[in-house]
Design a binder for this molecule. Structure first.
Ligand SMILES: Nc1ncnc2c1ncn2[C@@H]1O[C@H](COP(=O)(O)OP(=O)(O)OP(=O)(O)O)[C@@H](O)[C@H]1O
Ligand SMILES: [Mg+2]
Length: 240
């Protein structure tokens, strides 16, 4: 059975989809089978970040509405796959139906990464109800950090107890200049156990819009590989 991980945040634009894509690539580089599920209803982006947008024919909304079979909605990418998000919300998108779909697809994969929308909307709740672990992504600024704690509290309502923190876009110079919080401050303010720190990396923004993987030796890709290894149970020290 797959390990199902929701990637969530409080504020938007903090790097959830980048993290989901980074982990997707890190796991697939290890030969693991990963399903990326975009749960950002109406604002999907994983198809672009993974360079698969031209292959989108169906989405999971079509499955829940009975328009196609679950596997027909998958965009195959070697042994991995993407399940795109619907473009609009529908009453048929119930917790039960979404959970049943994820459970149906689960046996084929080692990991299911569910990219949630920002905040604590319907897509966030659907993603949470189908997951057994959560990664909360936050940038190291006070507003995002506070909202990360709110998102974590929202997940606890779904009995999700295994919640870990990813600090994204960390920049040493900005911390030194007092423009950003340091790692300890972010951990203290969120109260969430850290699983990794991803540095600010200009290659990420450039490659993301082109749907190109970040080179494996870039700082962000190395950080995602470390997080993937930790999720696999490896003891990888933080490289600061
Ligand atoms: N570590 C990083 N270094 C540089 N740029 C980054 C990094 N992480 C994310 N970005 C950039 O930040 C922007 C937002 O990232 P992303 O779309 O992953 O955020 P998100 O949390 O999924 O947003 P939304 O809430 O809208 O879904 C993108 O342009 C992305 O390339
Ligand atoms: Mg996103």
């Amino acid at each position: 059975m797959a390990k199902k991980i929701v990637v969530a945040s409080g504020k938007g634009g903090v790097g959830k989809s980048t993290t989901a894509a980074g982990l997707y690539r890190a796991f697939s580089a290890k030969g693991l089978k990963v399903l990326a599920v975009d749960a950002d209803i109406g604002l999907r982006s994983l198809d672009i970040i993974l360079g698969l947008q031209d292959s989108v024919a169906f989405d999971w909304g079509d499955v829940l509405l009975g328009r196609c079979e679950p596997r027909a909605a998958l965009i195959r990418d070697g042994v991995c796959a993407l399940l795109p998000a619907p473009l609009a919300l529908n009453r048929a998108f119930t917790y039960q139906a979404f959970r049943r779909l994820i459970a149906f697809l689960e046996p084929e994969f080692d990991y299911i990464l569910i990219d949630a929308p920002a905040g604590i909307s319907k897509g966030f709740h659907l993603a949470a109800c189908a997951s057994d672990m959560a990664l909360i992504v936050s940038t190291p600024d006070e507003i995002c950090v506070r909202s990360a704690a709110v998102a974590a509290a929202g997940l606890e309502a779904f009995r999700l107890q295994d919640i870990r923190l990813v600090i994204n876009r960390m920049g040493k110079k900005k911390v030194m200049a007092g423009k950003m919080l340091n790692i300890d401050e972010v951990i203290d303010m969120t109260g969430i156990r850290l699983i990794g720190v991803v540095p600010e990396d200009p290659v990420v923004a450039f490659n993301t819009v082109k749907g190109m993987p970040v080179p494996a030796n870039s700082p962000a890709a190395r950080a995602f590989a470390d997080i993937a290894e930790r999720l696999e149970g490896g003891n990888v020290p933080l490289k600061l």
